[in-house]
Every structure is written in C-alpha cells, then in structure tokens.
Write a protein that binds this ligand. Structure first.
Ligand code: S3P
Length: 162
C-alpha cells in the first residue's frame, strides 16, 4: 500500500504534519474528516448534530475499508476517534500507522482557541476532553507501528518521522 496513516488525539497536528509529510515523501494527502464531509455532503458538526456519534463512526469504518482496498502512496490523517473505532488489523491494513503522541497539556493549549473547538463537536468541554484523552491513550499506543513525540515544533516532528 505504501500509505502512512497518522493517528492521535484532536489537536495532535495530524493535518498540519500530514500535508508537509506528503510533500516531503512524494505522496498525496488525504484527510478522513474531509472525505466523510464530502461523502455525506455535510460538515462534521452537522453530522454529529443531525445523526449520532455512532453514525459518524460507521462512516469512519466504511471509509477505512475503502482506503484499505483502494488507496496507495498517500499520507492519511485520521480523525481522532477513527483509530479507536476500528480494529488494529483493519487500521494496519491501510498502511504504516504513526501515532503523533501529545501530552494533554499540549492538546489543551492548542484547543484553547475557540475556533479550533467549534469545528470539533467532542471538544466543547475541557473536562470531557480530558476523559476521552485518558481513555484513548493506551489504544493509540496499541495501534501504532511508530510513536512520535508530537509536543515539539512541526519541523522537529517531521524530522523525527524521518
Ligand atoms: C474526533 C476528532 C475529529 C473529528 C470528530 C471526532 C474524535 O478529528 O473526526 O470531531 O472523536 O476525536 P480531529 O482529530 O482531526 O480533530
């Protein structure tokens, strides 16, 4: 497949790093949230509002199966819950998984910006965000082929990925 699949919590830099990594490695860049929005013809916020979180996870699972079947030579940034919504084998059948590990303090700082939180239905409250972060941390680790310290600058993270 030759895909690189970025996983990690909201605010860990999957989109920013993914775009640069794609250019650096001669791949194209895909963002699972953007693909779901274009397929559903609605924003993520609207999907959560008019359907349910479970419906969104179904889109993510269907998308994961399609990516594994149909996409190669891409850098793929996943939505923060996608890696936890599908099995390790299903995730790794898409490509090499790279976990952008951030401490909660880094996440909280990046998502302190209201505009960043508004695009993310699950980020309304910092307390529930922390609970989700704690729930997911071990799952990201278990799903990762590689773990990169993403508390650093964009340049340092790209360098660490190699
Ligand atoms: C989610 C993360 C979001 C988006 C949706 C749900 C999550 O993506 O998929 O709001 O459950 O962590 P980002 O990680 O790109 O913010």
């Amino acid at each position: 497949m030759n895909n690189l699949v970025l996983i990690g919590f909201m605010g860990s830099g999957k989109g920013t790093i993914g775009r640069l990594l794609a250019r650096k490695t001669g791949r194209f860049f895909l963002d699972t949230d953007a693909l779901i929005e274009s397929f559903a013809n609605r924003s993520i916020v609207e999907i959560f509002r008019t359907e349910t979180e479970e419906a969104f996870r179904r889109y993510e699972r269907d998308l994961a199966a399609w990516l594994a079947r149909s996409v190669s030579a891409a850098v793929i940034a996943t939505g923060g819950g996608m890696a936890t919504a599908i099995s390790r084998d299903d995730l790794r059948s898409i490509g090499e998984t790279i976990y952008l590990q951030c401490d909660f303090a880094t996440i909280a700082r990046r998502l302190a910006n209201e505009a960043e939180r508004e695009k993310r239905p699950l980020a309304a409250s910092i307390e529930t965000l922390r609970d989700r972060f704690l729930e997911r941390e071990a799952i990201y680790r278990a799903r990762a082929d590689r773990i990169i310290d993403a508390n650093q600058s964009v340049e340092a993270v790209l360098e660490a990925i190699g």
